[in-house]
Design a protein around this ligand. Structure first.
Ligand SMILES: [Fe+2]
Ligand SMILES: [Fe+2]
Length: 357
């Protein structure tokens, strides 16, 4: 992106942010000063479109996605593409996937998709794949190698065990705390594929990986977790610059493990709370994210959002656009060697949460 257009982008983005009208995330990638290759893409995730009956759907979740699509279409300059981070549906029903895709069809430009567990466990992804194609693939864009993984698979014997119905299986996995569920994983087949895919990529090519669950272990009780995360990380280790972008957690998280930066996306549907056990399980979360200011659970869009992503120098800055809330930018800090919240990293700058009784 030219410097001029970059300024324009930020200016307009800033104006929209100030007006509090945006609810998506934008990711911007850039490759050094004056580089033509700097670019952005938008990232929308976790809409959880829920069918009530027939053509009636939960309005609040519809509104979150409609808003993100409308705002993504207003971005100027245009993002190079849009990425959808998974969980289009709530219970994986074709009606829910269709209704979500109908709304997403309003997006201008190319959309890439990753599969979420809510899209998968009813029919093991059959309908999703019929509509959207393969669940893992890679592509190159302006010098960056992008990889999409289906990270929400689990043990074959659990997936194929004798369930009363696909819906029975889906409901086990749709819970946040799923005592009868199973940990997510990428699995042998995709890890073999990834190994081969990366063999043809030079070590100084920036890599951006999209997954639905975090490719790191955060909290197993809520499946903020990928069981073979270390094995996937080992495949990414030889590369200079790697960023993993994931949905699923419905909250802002950042982390750095070796050369790999991790950043999450906000949901357009609802926020998940922070597990209290983050503090007890410090070893699982080396760098705690700055908490979201989640003031009012009765505010329809509070603590939801979308993001636009700026890719530069092979690093990723995530700009979180949070309706009814203060927007946030988490950017890779070369000096610190990990992503930091550009405004709220220092405790003294944080806005105390409101208390509601
Ligand atoms: Fe989700
Ligand atoms: Fe999910």
């Amino acid at each position: 992106m030219h410097d001029n257009s970059r300024r324009k982008f930020l200016k307009q983005g800033g104006a929209l942010l100030a007006a509090g009208t945006l609810s998506i995330s934008v990711v911007e990638l850039a490759f050094g000063k004056g580089s033509e290759d700097r670019f952005t893409f938008a990232y929308i995730s976790d809409s959880h479109i829920t069918q009530i009956k027939g053509n009636r759907f939960v309005r609040n979740w519809d509104r979150g996605l409609i808003r993100a699509v409308a705002e993504a279409n207003l971005l100027d300059p245009r993002p190079d593409f849009v990425f959808y981070g998974g969980d289009i549906a709530q219970l994986g029903k074709p009606e829910e996937i269709d209704h979500g895709l109908e709304m997403l069809a309003g997006l201008r430009g190319k959309v890439h998709y990753v599969m979420g567990e809510h899209d998968y466990y009813l029919d093991l992804g059959d309908y999703w794949r019929k509509q959207l194609g393969p669940d893992h693939y890679s592509f190159d864009h302006k010098g960056v190698h992008f990889v999409v993984l289906n990270s929400i698979l689990t043990h074959e014997n659990w997936m194929h065990r004798k369930w009363d119905s696909g819906m029975d299986r889906m409901k086990q996995m749709a819970r946040l705390d799923n005592p009868n569920g199973q940990p997510f994983m990428v699995g042998d087949t995709q890890r073999d594929w990834l190994k081969k895919d990366l063999e043809k990529v030079s070590k100084n090519t920036p890599i951006v990986v999209f997954s639905h669950s975090p490719l790191q272990k955060i909290y197993k009780g809520w499946n903020f977790w990928t069981d073979d995360a270390e094995q996937v990380q080992a495949l990414l280790k030889p590369f200079d610059k790697v960023t993993v972008l994931y949905g699923h957690v419905h909250q802002i998280q950042t982390n750095q493990i070796g050369n790999i930066s991790f950043q999450s996306a906000m949901a357009t549907a609802w926020p998940w709370p922070y597990p209290a056990t983050y503090k007890q399980q410090a070893s699982y979360m080396p760098k705690l994210t700055v908490d979201m200011n989640r003031a009012d659970p009765f505010f329809e869009r509070d603590a939801t959002g979308w993001q636009f992503i700026d890719v530069h120098s092979g690093r990723v800055d995530v700009n979180y656009l949070l309706p009814d809330n203060t927007n946030r930018t988490v950017a890779f800090d070369e000096k610190a060697g990990h992503p930091v919240d550009t405004k709220y990293q220092a405790e003294v700058n944080r806005i105390p949460p409101q208390k509601h009784y």
